[in-house]
Design a protein around this ligand. Sequence first.
Ligand code: BGC
Length: 259
Amino acid sequence: MESNMNLKDKVAIVTGGNSGIGLAIVLELARQGANIVIDYIAHPEATEDLEKQVHALGDKVIGVMADVSRVDQLQNLVDAAVKEFGRVDIMVNNAGVETRTSVLDTTEQQFEKVMNINLKSAFFGTQLAARQMIKQGGGGRIINITSVHEDWPMPGNTAYCLSKGGMRMLTRTAGVELAPHNILVVGVGPGAVATPINLVTMNDPALLKKLDDAIPLGRMAKPEEIAKVVAFLAGDGATYITATTIFADGGIMQSSPGL
Ligand code: BGC
């Protein structure tokens, strides 16, 4: 097996790990030797399929039924990692949704859904993982999957931008607070990635062309291209990166408005 076992015996939690960028992260971390806990709320069959794929790589993934917008259920993920694998080394706050609604038409329910799944889960995921990392000693890595829209307006996707902007400050502030424990907190900011969150664009050839044309590299990212950045940040090559965001966006942020 072609592999770099950079993460051998590390234990990771990846929220939203059974689809999109999260799924690619699980597979890449497993390829590099980590054992992983993911949450699921629907589609247990997707989680079972993933368990088999990871098993084939020689590692273990366990799926825990959990709503990541609930603090007690996030704690269940940490508890499952400790029970099954003895510790938590890497927390990836990846779960995310968007509503593509503007400030004028976003409902209270849409607002709460986006903020709870994207920001509240990242905040408490950081808190609960950091508490466990401090308890076990030896530091850790917390990786927040944000977006170019942590900083860059996307008109028509306001609550999403707000949640990602919050994650930007979570990364910076928690990164400073947790540095004395050698817990590194880093954001990964993708641009447009070919995942279910972008299906509307991907299913509309005119919109997709407009998006591809706006990206200096001329195409959306594959989820694996984001996963490799996450694995790097979780590994030995990234011991001095904290309280900041690494963007992997094909240059889009420098060239055009959010699409
Ligand atoms: C959003 C996508 C958008 C992309 C580039 C992502 O964070 O989820 O809807 O296409 O940013 O603007």
